[in-house]
Write a protein that binds this ligand. Structure first.
Ligand code: GDD
Ligand code: MG
Length: 460
């Protein structure tokens, strides 16, 4: 895969946001090694620096001393990351055929975690996974309403995740499904270093494949900037376009979804405009498709439902919280390890075609995103380089926009996100024990394992 090198970046305290990168080639030609004019790369095992150097191909304009303008990674190099990645697919009431094709688009050596919150069809999903995994893939299916999962989170000190009306289950919501997925990825694939997300309603399996390749290429590219392990890295997908039907014709001119357009513009008010930059610097404000290093996934707090992707931009600027209620931890729950974070935004070649949401769905989605910004800017957010009066001004105008566009929820306010604690201090042994207790495994939606050796997943 060949990518453009990011032309610029914005360093905001510990967070470095890279300007949008473009995919130039889905597969790039391998070239003989050249002298690489960057810092020495020390890659994390098992991506040996030898493989990286051999397969990475930086291209400039040919002038001595030029900064390279593109970088290519061979399939072999991307493979080294796939083997360390878990792809989580949140799914609620999607057509099983669509879900099947999404899963088929995921590179075969990525592990898959399908988190269903479908009203029914668990057996059908299980049969489908059985079929898909017969060529050697590894996958886990779990239902968000599996009692054992709720009990496990209760046992390790995250009761906030439980549905107050049905405390034997986890709350509904995409963010909640992702949170369960990460905890399970850490529990059942502890050796894997990366976690990515792909929606289950995607109609173009080839684009799913591209997203996973972009994740891998983004992680490899991040080695250019820092020695592996020193940074937490996130790769966010910016879709090439969202096809729309206009006057009976399919239009491929729309780069942003209806909700992304709103959320991106406000994030740019926050992260671009105060710095005198009028460009569309942030293009991935609510990128449903994104991936991150596992230490970042475990070290971040997570927001509910569709607030999650916007919240990821704000979380590093908020103070640590100590909201774990369990005796199974020290009671202190910082939101990250203090490590620097790098965010790569990468635009794909494939269009993104998925189930069309109605106007109310879209309104709720952007309102959730704006709610994240509004509520968190009032909450001691410290964004380096932005003074309080600018933050206050943004908040005032944000409410005005929401009022004019019908985005206020009950109590005439933007929705306040519910935030779940970072997972990094959970007692994962206890989590696994409760998840897999025999009596729990008999209840609806218990995890099912595909492509594992017998009982491998339950062993200590
Ligand atoms: N497990 C689980 N639980 N999955 C869910 C739930 C839930 O409660 N709710 C939704 N999902 C799944 C859907 O089945 C789909 O696969 C995925 O989450 C995204 O939900 P959609 O309803 O299709 O969202 P969208 O297409 O409008 O928005 C997507 O793109 C936005 C950016 O434009 C999402 O990925 C958003 O999160 C993203 O911000
Ligand atoms: Mg969708």
């Amino acid at each position: 895969m060949r990518l453009t090198m990011p032309a610029s970046y914005r360093q905001l305290g510990p967070v470095c946001i890279m300007q949008q990168i473009d995919v130039l080639e889905l597969e790039s030609r391998s070239r003989p090694p050249k002298a690489i004019p960057t810092r020495p790369i020390s890659a994390a095992p098992p991506v040996s620096s030898e493989i990286l150097l051999r397969n990475q191909d930086l291209q400039g304009n040919g002038n001595p001393g030029d900064t390279p303008s593109t970088v290519g990674f061979s399939n072999q190099t991307l493979e080294t990351i796939f083997g360390q990645m878990v792809i989580i697919v949140p799914c609620k009431n999607e057509d099983p055929k669509t879900v099947r094709n999404v899963l088929r688009g995921i590179p075969a050596t990525c592990a898959v975690l399908l988190v269903s919150n479908c009203a029914d069809g668990y057996t059908e999903l299980s049969a489908m996974l059985e079929n898909i995994c017969k060529y050697g893939r590894q996958a886990i299916l779990v239902h968000q309403k599996y009692q054992g999962a709720a009990l496990a989170f209760g046992a390790v000190g995250v009761p906030q995740l439980l549905d107050p009306l049905r405390t034997d289950t986890i709350r509904d919501g995409k963010g909640e499904g992702m949170y369960l997925g990460i905890a399970m990825a850490r529990t059942f694939f502890p050796e894997r270093q990366y976690v990515g997300f792909v929606d289950a309603d995607n109609q173009v399996p080839g684009s799913v494949n591209e997203y996973c390749r972009v994740y891998a290429a983004g992680f490899l590219l991040s080695h250019q900037y820092s020695d592996a392990g020193e940074e937490q890295v996130m790769v966010r997908i910016s879709w090439q376009c969202k096809p729309k039907v206009r006057n009976g014709q399919i239009s491929y001119d729309e780069p942003e979804g209806r909700s992304s357009r709103v959320v991106n513009s406000w994030l740019n008010r926050l992260f671009a405009k105060p710095f005198g930059d009028d460009s569309k610097f942030i293009t991935t404000g609510n990128a449903g498709e994104h991936a991150m290093t596992m230490d970042m996934a475990l070290g971040s707090r997570w927001a509910n439902g569709y607030a999650i992707e916007t919240y990821q931009f704000l979380d590093p600027f908020l103070p640590p919280t100590s909201n774990l209620s369990s005796a199974t931890t020290n009671g202190i729950r910082g939101h990250n390890s203090g490590k620097p974070r790098r965010i790569l935004q990468i635009r794909t070649l494939n269009p993104h075609l998925h189930r069309q949401g109605d106007d109310l769905h879209i309104l709720r989605m952007w309102a959730a995103g704006l709610g994240v910004i509004w509520h968190n800017l009032s909450q001691r957010a410290v964004i380096p380089g932005i003074d309080q009066s600018t933050l206050d001004e943004i908040r005032t105008e944000l409410v005005k926009y929401a009022v004019e566009n019908g985005g206020l929820a009950k109590k005439k306010r933007l929705p306040r996100p519910r935030v779940y604690p970072a997972l990094n201090q959970l007692d994962f042994d206890e989590f696994k024990k409760v998840m897999t207790e025999q009596r729990n495994l008999q209840s609806y939606g218990a995890p099912l394992f595909f492509g594992f050796d017998d009982c491998e997943q339950l062993d200590d």
